[in-house]
Design a protein around this ligand. Structure first.
Ligand code: PGA
Length: 264
């Protein structure tokens, strides 16, 4: 990755860990990273717990001044009112969230989250002063047809089309090919690089070089400590969104340390 972009290693816990397990995990992760003299200025580490654990994580991070960041896995598109079960962006911002995952393929699949809804989530997150981690990526079918890049770049274009340059500069994009999520079939470093480069080219065309060069592009899909080093060596890959491996605290700390090591 380029030296000017600080890499981000983000753990997407999905629907795992209650608040007690989350508390224990955060403590253990910070001990492991402290013992390894981890340099947070060279790699950001963020966790995305369930809504129910966010307050516990916040209290811990603030009380002990931990350098770990955290965020949510989805957000309502409305600010308040009669929307049973929803959580607003302002509520998340008040809990100290830095990030919100938007458009994860599991949300697109199991909930009525189409492109229009995803655009609204991105806007809601930005308006509340947080950064969206926008997930895009083709399914196996698009890959079979050879239209994977077109498809994934199209998703980026559809969601970012009406954003201002300032808004776009706040985005983080995660390339998450659906066939790689939770399957153990990680994309090759070249595949991850091709997608990240194509997204950056798209951003350059729409928002100019400054935005394109500053937006971090993550790879997600079966990332482990066994494949992270080769992936982070790619010029346009700026970190990871990690599911399964982020539930193992030793493994997540290994990935974070490998990411620092490979960053100039
Ligand atoms: P995985 O999930 O690392 O378990 O493949 C990644 C994700 O869904 O963000």
């Amino acid at each position: 990755m380029e030296a000017t972009r600080i890499p981000l290693v983000a753990g997407n816990w999905k629907m795992n860990f209650d608040h007690l397990e989350a508390t224990y995990f955060v403590q253990k992760l910070t001990w492991l990273l402290r013992d390894a003299h981890f340099d947070y200025t060279r790699c950001e580490v963020a966790l995305m717990p369930s809504f129910t654990s966010l307050r516990s994580v916040q209290v811990l991070v603030e009380a002990d001044k931990l350098r770990i960041r955290y965020g949510a896995q989805s957000v309502s598109v409305t600010t308040q009112g009669a929307f049973t079960g929803d959580v607003s962006a302002d509520m998340l911002a008040r809990l100290g969230c830095s990030y919100v995952i938007v458009g994860h393929s599991e949300r697109r699949k199991y909930h009525p989250e189409d492109d229009a809804n995803i655009v609204d989530q991105v806007r809601a997150v930005l308006a509340a002063g947080m950064r969206p981690i926008l997930c895009v990526g083709e399914s196996f079918e698009e890959r079979r047809q050879g239209i994977e890049l077109e498809f994934a770049v199209g998703q980026v274009r559809d969601v970012t089309r009406d954003l201002s340059d300032t808004q776009a500069s706040q985005l983080i994009i995660a390339y998450e090919p659906v066939w790689a999520i939770g399957t153990g079939m990680v994309a090759t470093p070249q595949t991850a690089q091709d997608a990240a480069q194509a997204f950056r080219d798209e951003l350059r065309e729409s928002f100019g070089a400054q935005v394109a060069d500053s937006v971090r592009i993550l790879y997600g899909g079966s990332v482990t400590s066994g494949n992270a080093s080769q992936l982070i060596e790619q010029k346009d890959v700026d970190g990871f969104l990690i599911g399964g491996a982020s539930l193992d605290v030793e493994e997540l700390s290994r990935i974070a340390r490998l990411t620092v090591k490979k960053t100039r």
